[in-house]
Structure formats: structure tokens, C-alpha cells
Design a protein around this ligand. Structure first.
Ligand SMILES: [Zn+2]
Length: 426
């Protein structure tokens, strides 16, 4: 694109800065807490109305057929489109508008949308209502600058990312609204500190192990088999054999923070014997269940990751008398990595250099986000996350986003759209 076009769009974002801030505050004031998924209709409408007022075609997609889409908590997604001279390239900006529950420790109104000392405060401002506002205004700045795109641009606001995104971005992918062949590039403005491009995430495997013992009188435990003791043997083997081996497995994918570049395993829950707090009777526990959260590396792969746990359980079974277990997969999310030569990476990289005067850092996320649906369900590998706000502030009390970062991220997104969609007569 020409320097003149670029400067006009950068200036247009500057002129819209107050509106971007106001719109971010407006979105924060809608308490879209998930779970359970409150005020989704109001928020989808607020985004849709804004996109419509900017002359975009707006559609609403309710997640029909999804069990979480209920009368009480409807799952509604919104998509705005500005068609270019040609349908493609088609650039899609996607933000989730659900936010996690407030939690303790706030010193101001989590849903006040307060602006103070160059920052906007509130639950979900950084993760990721500022990102949605940046996407909406990046597209609008191009229009205000009088620049016509060759290709088309879309902005979506979707639900439920914090609970897996199946009724949100997953649904748009399921119905083919975002799909390979139709959609050429996807940018997800999650909070990435304004100068980092997120090219994917590790894999996630949630699984459950149940050990089965043999009930007996608690005064004669030698007559029974304790499922809790057997789970203890499993946990001890994980702690002493498996976890130390993770330190030798470091992924080439640039996951941040650095400690998350390794395989990890967290024990989410352990339940065994009689429920705590109830009146107890003297019994040997015949059942113990533990839930595990294993984050695996692209280099490890899912099959080997799963087999390693099966082997570990079989090894315990070989040395602990009467050890019996069952294992169940709860959730499997494959790792994602954007190819190095993806055009979104190049476009955002040059836009970041142009706006901020520094080189973009490529990172990957320790956890997963809606990228997985774009990659796995929609089949689009030209996808990254990039947006305003500091990743570490997500889900924290007194969450905030700096106005400077918000405005600069809007500029970066606008320039990237120009690059990816192409400019008429430039
Ligand atoms: Zn998020």
C-alpha cells in the first residue's frame, strides 16, 4: 500500500480514539459473565448495532442445537461484513465477548467501564472487549479515511470462549460461516501486549483416572483394598517419574511464559471414599477418582502423550497388588501452530513495525483459545491472535487496558487489513 494510504488510515484511527475508548467502556458495562453466559443478547446487539451504524451487513447466529444454548441463557453470535470490490481475500476479525466471573480483590466497579489515568478498567476489558472495540474501529477507520478495499472484511463477536467456544467460534466454523475457501485470514484480538503475535498453543488433554478397591471394615483395613492408597501410588509415580522427565521436553513453539514451553501436568481434583463433611462410617475406600490436566507439546503428539499415562498406570498395576483402574478422556485439544509463511504473520509484523517502531515478537499461548476452532474445524491455518492489553492481567482483579495500547492496536489491525485485503487503486 502507498505511504499516503497508510498515513490517512493511521490518522483516522487517531481521530476515532475517543470513540474506541467509549465503545470499550460500553461493552465492559454489559456483564457478560460466563459461566453461565449472562447478557449475551445485549452484548451481541451492542456490537451489531455499532457495526450496522458503520454501514456493515450484520447477521446474528444463535447456536441452534448446542445444549448450552437455552432460553434462559441464549448463545448469540454476531458477524458484520463489509464486502469489497471482490469477495476475496476475506479477512475475519474475531473476538469473544464473554468474560470470566469477577472474583475477589476489586477496588472499583468491575462493570463500571471506568476510565482513569490513561487506562480503562473492568472485568473483561483486556480479555477481550478492548480487542473487539479495536477490531470494529480498525475497519471503520479504513472507511473514514476514504480507502476502498479490494477484498472483504468481517468482524465477529462470539460467545463462550472461556468455556471452550463450542457455541461461539466453534459454531461459526461448524455452520461454515468461517471456513477454508471462504475465509482467507483470521485475526483474534486477544490481549497480547500490543507487540506480540500469537501463533498457537500447546495441546490439552483432560482425563480422569478411577482406582477401584475393595470395601471392608475400617477397623480391619487389611481385609480390604484402599482405592485411595492406590491413587496415592499413581500420584507418587507421576510426581517422581513423570514430572521430572518433562524438564527434558522443551517445545520449539515459542510458548510464553518460558516455564510453559515444557510439558505440564496438573491434578485438578481428587475424590475418594466418603464425601468430606458427611457423617463418616468406618470403611475402606473402594473408589477414588482423580482428574488431570495435561498440556502436551506439538512434538509429543496426543497418541504418545496418552500412551505414556497408560504405560505408567500399567507399571503401577505390575507392582501394587490388586491394583485396578479405569481411565476416561474428558477433553482433547490438539496443539496449534500457524505456519511461518502465513500472510497474517507477515501483515501484522510489518504493521507492528510501522506503528510501534519495533519488531514483533512471535509467541504461543500456554492455554488454548478460539484459534483451535479456526484451525481444526474451519481448516484455516492462516490465523493468529493479536490485540491490546497485557496477557497476565486477564482474569485478574482490577483488570485494565491502556488507552495507548488500545489505539495503537487499532492502528496495527487497520494496517494489517489493508495489507491482507488489498487497497483499490493503490
Ligand atoms: Zn480471551
Amino acid at each position: 500500500m502507498s505511504a499516503r494510504t497508510r498515513d490517512r488510515v493511521i490518522d483516522a484511527v487517531g481521530e476515532l480514539a475517543d470513540e474506541v475508548v467509549d465503545f470499550t467502556s460500553e461493552l465492559v458495562r454489559i456483564p457478560t459473565v460466563n459461566p453461565p453466559g449472562e447478557h449475551y443478547v445485549d452484548c451481541a446487539r451492542a456490537i451489531g448495532d455499532r457495526l450496522a451504524s458503520f454501514g456493515m451487513e450484520v447477521e446474528y447466529h444463535e447456536a441452534e442445537g448446542r445444549p448450552e444454548h437455552t432460553r434462559e441463557h441464549p448463545r448469540v453470535n454476531v458477524v458484520g461484513t463489509r464486502e469489497g470490490s471482490r469477495p476475496n481475500p476475506r479477512v475475519h476479525l474475531n473476538g469473544h465477548f464473554d468474560v470470566v466471573p469477577v472474583g475477589d480483590g476489586w477496588t472499583l466497579d468491575p462493570f463500571g467501564g471506568e476510565v482513569r489515568d490513561g487506562k480503562i478498567y473492568g472485568r473483561g476489558v483486556c480479555d477481550m472487549k478492548a480487542g473487539i472495540a479495536a477490531a470494529v474501529y480498525a475497519v471503520e477507520a479504513i472507511r473514514r479515511a476514504g480507502v476502498k478495499l479490494v477484498g472483504s472484511v468481517e468482524v465477529s463477536g462470539t460467545v463462550d470462549e472461556e468455556s471452550g467456544g463450542y457455541a461461539g467460534m466453534g459454531y461459526l466454523a461448524d455452520i461454515g460461516r468461517v471456513a477454508r475457501g471462504r475465509t482467507d485470514a483470521v485475526i483474534i484480538p486477544e490481549p497480547l501486549n500490543v507487540d506480540r503475535i500469537c501463533i498457537g498453543h500447546r495441546g490439552t488433554w483432560w482425563f480422569e483416572v478411577t482406582t477401584h478397591g475393595h470395601i471392608a471394615h475400617g477397623s480391619m483395613p487389611f481385609l480390604g483394598t484402599s482405592a485411595i492408597e492406590h491413587m496415592g501410588a499413581v500420584l507418587e509415580t507421576i510426581r517422581t517419574d513423570l514430572i521430572p522427565s518433562f524438564q527434558k521436553r522443551r517445545t520449539e513453539v515459542p510458548v510464553v511464559p518460558d516455564a510453559a514451553r515444557y510439558a505440564t501436568l496438573n491434578v485438578n481434583a481428587v475424590h475418594g471414599g466418603q464425601p468430606a463433611g458427611d457423617v463418616q462410617s468406618p470403611c475402606v475406600a473402594d473408589r477414588c477418582t482423580a482428574t488431570f490436566d495435561r498440556r502436551f507439546l506439538l512434538e509429543e503428539g496426543f497418541e504418545a502423550t496418552r500412551q505414556e499415562i497408560v504405560d505408567l498406570l500399567d507399571e503401577v498395576a505390575g507392582r501394587v497388588p490388586d491394583f485396578r483402574y479405569a481411565m476416561k478422556d474428558l477433553m482433547i485439544i490438539e496443539p496449534v501452530r500457524t505456519p511461518d509463511d502465513a500472510s497474517v504473520v507477515g501483515a501484522l509484523g510489518s504493521a507492528i513495525a510501522g506503528v510501534l517502531g519495533r519488531e514483533a515478537e512471535l509467541v504461543a499461548s500456554p492455554g488454548s483459545y478460539d484459534h483451535k476452532h479456526v484451525y481444526r474445524k474451519a481448516g484455516i491455518d492462516n490465523c493468529v491472535a493479536y490485540g491490546p492489553g497485557i496477557l497476565e492481567l486477564a482474569h485478574q482483579p482490577d483488570e485494565w487496558c491502556s488507552i495507548d495500547d488500545l489505539v495503537n492496536a487499532t492502528r496495527v489491525l487497520a494496517l494489517s487489513i489493508l495489507d491482507l485485503a488489498g487497497v483499490e487503486g493503490d
